[in-house]
Design a protein around this ligand. Structure first.
Ligand code: IPE
Ligand code: IPE
Ligand code: MG
Length: 248
């Protein structure tokens, strides 16, 4: 038997995909608390889950995986925890880059880089450059990312073009605004999974999730497994996406 899992068989008449899956990786702190451990221990385990999930997503045929790593609101956390998370990010980028590159993953980081430490920004650039030619799976990590902040910076760009006389306000349409978002190189978001039991978006991909299928699981992120991902995919394939139209 190969260690690589076979792709999930596609039931006849069911939608294909999901091609692009995003995950709000939530529940690290609660996972640790339940074990009498500091929250940081949950984050450490959470990184293991990131590794396993990237591998599983590739095996299950997901082409684009977008992970919420740190929100623009997560700066409100205690400084120790923020510093620990940034340290984990450095470790992850250092330790995983070659593996990701060899596995055919293309790495992107979406978010406001101005708020990140200079050495992290350099590591991100190196990782994006190193994996630029890969296309087996596109892994995007949202760091210092906020859905509202992304829409605001897109609006500022368009407003600048208008102020410079290069763009007529009436020419602004959905495609143009979408083309200014940090996620402009990613395809439509098919499914958004949130672990950890909460049922909210927490300022993740606001614009992008207009017609995304939402899947919530009680599994805390450190416990999220390939089987959980398979269940979410199966759930997605049971859904009927209508986009406002009448069922076919
Ligand atoms: C998700 O887990 C990780 C980040 C937001 C960085 P949390 O740290 O939010 O864990 P809970 O929700 O407190 O359990
Ligand atoms: C969302 O989780 C952010 C990430 C997973 C990076 P939070 O734990 O920050 O969200 P809230 O505070 O429960 O809404
Ligand atoms: Mg949380």
């Amino acid at each position: 038997m190969s260690t690589l899992a076979a792709p999930i068989p596609m039931p006849a008449g069911m939608p294909e995909g999901p091609r692009h899956v995003a995950i709000i990786m939530d529940g690290n702190g609660r996972w640790a608390k339940a074990r009498g451990m500091p929250r940081t221990a949950g984050h450490r385990r959470g990184v293991e889950t990131v590794r396993a999930t990237v591998r599983a997503a590739g095996e299950l045929g997901i082409e684009y995986l977008t992970l919420f790593g740190f929100s623009t609101e997560n700066w409100k956390r205690p400084l120790d925890e923020v510093n620990f998370l940034m340290g984990l990010l450095r470790q992850y980028l250092r330790a995983e880059l070659e593996t990701l590159a060899k596995e055919g993953a293309r790495l992107r980081v979406v978010g406001d880089r101005d708020g990140l430490a200079a050495d992290i920004v350099d590591m991100i650039k190196t990782a994006e450059e190193r994996t630029r030619a890969n296309a087996r799976i596109h892994v995007s990590i949202a760091l210092n990312y906020g859905g509202r902040a992304d829409i605001v910076q897109a609006a500022q760009r368009l407003a600048t073009a208008v102020a410079q006389g290069k763009l007529a306000p009436a020419a602004i349409d959905e495609d143009m605004l979408e083309g200014c978002l940090l996620t402009r190189d990613l395809p439509e978001l098919d499914m958004l999974i949130r672990t950890g039991g909460e049922q909210r978006i927490s300022n993740f991909l606001l614009w992008q999730s207009a017609y995304t299928e939402l899947v919530f699981t009680n599994a805390l992120w450190p416990d999220f497994s390939k089987a959980d991902l398979e269940h979410a995919i199966a759930e997605f394939r049971r859904r009927e996406r209508r986009y406002g139209a009448v069922a076919g």
